[in-house]
Design a protein around this ligand. Structure first.
Ligand code: PIT
Length: 245
């Protein structure tokens, strides 16, 4: 991870993600990953399905363009993922990270391959979940939040897109929490209305009050209601709307 200290040099900012896509293979110090298909993309970068060369092992690699700001944010995410992965992430329902590396000025975060998000699953079934599914799912996210609390970590972006089914065939109903891109230690938490997606944003964030890891539990409550009804609990179109709902 020492590499990350030098990745924000301006002269190194020449390679964009689309150029990387042409390369087809990503090399870390110890592994080669063949890129297969795009799983998702956002302002942060892209998540690509890859296969570890010489094996049939599938992984999901999150790729971020190395710019100074991005590198700082990525380093914060990597620090939290490293801390979580020193424990046994499988046992507390958090995604496993295998390695982090810099390749052609792209920051690569290698994760275990998961199936589909609760958001995508809800879309695929066209509405709500039966209670017999909601109970184990919420219990598992509760285990993840208890672990995060014990480590003093706030996820700050819990939503149905960031809870993923592991594998419906081999691990029915097993879920894991993903995306620690907004996660912070409680001690570093600053009042900022930019954390949490609006519909899952807690009152203390909306009102600018001091906050702690309990904001994630608010989000989980909103998610639980949404799984039950198939509708967003507080679909506010603005922060004002969100608190007056
Ligand atoms: C997928 C499929 C998959 C894993 C992911 C996404 C993981 C995303 C992720 C993003 C993060 C993070 C941890 C995991 O900290 O198997 O579509 O920013």
């Amino acid at each position: 991870m020492e590499e990350h200290s030098k990745m924000s040099e301006p002269e190194e900012q020449h390679n964009d993600l689309h150029k990387l896509e042409e390369q087809k293979v990503l090399y870390s110090e110890t592994n080669a990953y063949e890129m297969q298909e795009l799983l998702g993309s956002g302002t942060f970068g892209q998540v690509v399905k890859c296969v570890k060369k010489g094996t049939s092992e599938k992984v999901a690699i999150k790729m971020l363009k190395s710019r100074k700001y991005v590198a700082e944010v990525a380093q914060a995410e990597i620090n939290i993922l490293t801390q979580l992965n020193k424990q046994r992430p499988d046992e507390f329902n958090v995604i496993k990270a295998f390695e982090f590396f810099l390749y052609n000025n792209i920051i690569c975060l290698v994760f275990e391959m998961l199936d589909m998000s609760l958001f995508d699953y809800m879309v695929s079934i066209g509405g709500s979940f039966p209670v017999r599914m909601i109970r184990p799912i919420v219990a598992q996210v509760g285990i993840a939040l208890a672990k995060l609390k014990s480590l003093g970590i706030i996820h700050s972006d819990l939503k149905p897109d960031n809870i993923m089914l592991v594998d419906n065939i081999t691990h029915p109903l097993k879920v894991k929490v993903i995306d620690f891109g907004c996660a912070r230690h409680v001690s570093e938490a600053r009042c900022s209305s930019y954390i949490q997606a609006r519909c899952y944003r807690s009152p203390e964030i909306i009102l600018g009050y001091p906050f702690c890891e309990a904001i994630d539990m608010w989000s989980l409550g909103c998610i639980m209601a949404e799984l039950f009804t198939g509708c967003t609990l507080y679909p506010g179109a603005s922060e004002y709307d969100q608190v007056s709902a």
